[in-house]
Design a protein. Structure first.
Length: 232
């Protein structure tokens, strides 16, 4: 049946990128607990908001004691990108009933958008509704389960570590998800090593040096790989 094939194709297409979604969601759950939220509140926010980047920033604002209106406006600005995602996907889903559009809008994520749009462009005969639903539902389920596990694990983290523990880990999760080839791995290893070695330099110049050194190393490896392909 075509509908089932497209739904499962959406699920399969999303599985590889869960390597980045799962740790990011877990760390988001840890961050929520670190600012004093309960497990129920953490899961509730993940269900209602379902936007990791804005959730992390809001948690940081909570730890700093910011007013609620600042948190709401900040989350709104960060999530404005979903308006552009919706406008891009609209031609593919505009014929659906309103209630189905509402469900699709709620499930929208960066990953579901990217996977679905690229698939729609390549495969003209795909059932857009079912492929998108398969991709988006997979991300949503993985996010909620991982965020819940993160909240449970976060309860084991010493309270003295606070948000300073969870926030850096979120960037580590994003970094590991981006390490998909040799140049990026070399760039990360080089930049990270230089950052540690040059930590004592004044005015944080060690971080600047690490950034440029990592970029240069990644570029050199990529250029060398391209030259080898040309020679072949």
């Amino acid at each position: 049946m075509q509908i089932n094939r497209d739904f499962y194709a959406g699920v399969r297409g999303t599985l590889p990128i869960l390597i980045g979604v799962i740790p990011f969601a877990m760390i988001t759950g840890m961050a929520a607990v670190s600012v004093g939220l309960t497990l129920f509140e953490t899961v509730g926010i993940s269900v209602i908001v379902f936007a990791g980047a804005s959730q992390l920033v809001v948690y940081q604002l909570m730890s700093a004691g910011s007013p609620w209106i600042i948190m709401v406006l900040t989350a709104w600005v960060i999530n404005l990108r979903f308006s552009m995602y919706s406008a891009t996907l609209a031609p593919h889903l505009q014929k659906l009933p309103t209630w189905q559009k509402a469900v699709m809008a709620y499930l929208l994520s960066d990953q579901a958008f990217g996977i679905s749009l690229s698939h729609f462009i390549i495969n003209k005969e795909v059932n857009h509704r079912w492929f998108y639903f398969g991709a988006a539902l997979t991300v949503w389920v993985a996010w909620l389960i991982s965020a819940t596990i993160g909240a449970l694990l976060g309860a084991l983290v010493p309270a003295s570590w606070g948000f300073d523990f969870a926030f850096p880990l979120s960037f580590m999760a994003l970094m590991f998800a981006a390490l998909h080839d040799r140049p990026t791995v070399i760039a990360a290893l080089t930049g990270g090593s230089i950052a540690v070695i040059a930590k004592g330099l004044p005015y944080n110049t060690g971080l600047v040096l690490a950034t440029f050194t990592g970029i240069a190393a990644g570029y050199m490896v990529e250029s060398y790989s391209r030259q080898k392909e040309i020679v072949k």
